[in-house]
Design a protein around this ligand. Structure first.
Ligand code: COA
Ligand code: ZN
Length: 310
């Protein structure tokens, strides 16, 4: 049976842009529930400027609590520069992700650097992380469309992915930051990227803005990609990318993969506990495309006194 690796990014991509402040205890509660559902890789937080993203200001408190409580979970954190790496490292990070966007304007909006500087800083941060023995991921954001510059040239995306891989990224994460990709585009771009980065080290990070999240994930599978970011409850979106809606929901991806004969290690029913918990914290309904079906299914099982299948 094929296995796919899912990194749940709900505590970072999901919570970074919420109007309601979410406390450190609640973030830990969410991550514990994700782990209980079988999630083995989580993007916990980001070590960014607290002025830029107030929701992530507690990163240095949260990360050590997560690693102490859940030693079996890969805890990744986003770092935009060397200062972020220093802070993450001091908090015990074992895995960091740099965030490079594939256009000039998106980098300026997101991390206040142009494309050339952002590329150099990302490469330096990756190298420094490697020297410290950390695992590394490199996002190439707006790898399909940019909200400011339109369709991103494929050549640029390929060149940046290649540079991040050469700088020591264990995983290069191709991100559809605003959810503008289509399955044909995903397959074509990932096939091209697999020429410069081994496909086993490529990951895809999708948003479900236009209802194409699951179809795009399928296209990525067809291109040979087996690593995915997703967010429980479909919460997510970049505060600096207008039009970015929620991430591809972890529950949708798990259901699609498991129903197609692939293993994820995640129990989609137990994921409901995490989603319900996040709903309480954010005080609004959450969930991916399959959520209504999933809730009905879970209720039917409970009424029949049958334990939900693993
Ligand atoms: N963590 C915390 N503080 C940081 C930091 C980091 N990683 N990097 C820089 N800072 C601090 C500096 O120390 C400085 O503080 P001071 O004013 O108290 O001296 C201040 O931020 C400005 O530093 P500067 O290097 O000029 O940064 P900037 O204002 O150009 O901002 C980033 C650059 C990258 C720090 C900021 O744009 C950022 O945090 N962006 C994050 C974007 C993000 O998370 N997007 C969503 C995920 S993709
Ligand atoms: Zn995202």
């Amino acid at each position: 049976m094929e296995t796919i690796q899912i990194t749940d990014v709900s505590p970072r991509d999901g919570l970074q842009n919420q109007a309601i402040p979410v406390g450190t205890d609640a973030k830990l509660g969410l991550i514990e529930r994700l782990a209980a559902a079988g999630v083995r890789s989580v993007e916990v937080t980001s070590f960014v400027s607290p002025r830029a993203v107030p929701q992530m200001a507690d990163a240095a408190d949260l990360l050590p609590r997560v690693t102490a409580r859940l030693p079996g979970v890969r805890a990744s954190v986003l770092v935009p520069n060397l200062k972020g790496l220093e802070r993450a490292s001091a908090a015990g990070a074992q895995e960091v992700a740099v965030v490079l966007s594939a256009t000039e304007t998106m980098n300026r909006k997101n991390i206040n650097m142009g494309l050339t500087q952002a590329t150099d800083v990302s490469a330096q941060t990756l190298q420094a992380a490697r020297e410290r023995g950390l695992r590394t991921r490199a996002y190439v954001a707006v790898a399909f469309d940019c909200p400011f510059e339109g369709e991103t040239p494929l050549d640029t995306v390929v060149a940046l992915a290649q540079r991040m891989y050469a700088a020591g990224a264990d995983e290069v994460v191709i991100a559809d930051t605003i959810g503008a990709a289509s399955p044909g585009m995903v397959k074509q771009r990932l096939q091209a990227l697999a020429q410069v980065v081994p496909v086993a080290q490529l990951a895809v990070h999708l948003h479900d803005t236009r209802g194409m999240g699951v179809a795009n994930a399928w296209a990525a599978l067809e291109a040979g990609v087996r690593r995915f970011d997703a967010s429980a409850g479909a919460i997510g979106g970049c505060p600096f990318a207008p039009g970015a809606a929620g991430n591809l929901a972890t529950e949708d991806l798990v259901l699609m993969a498991e129903r197609s004969g692939m293993r994820t290690g995640i129990d989609v029913y137990r994921l409901l506990d995490a989603i319900d918990f996040a709903q309480d914290a954010l005080q609004r309904p959450l969930g991916g495309r399959c959520i209504a079906w999933l809730r009905r299914q879970a209720q039917t099982h409970a009424r029949a006194g049958v334990s939900v299948p693993d």
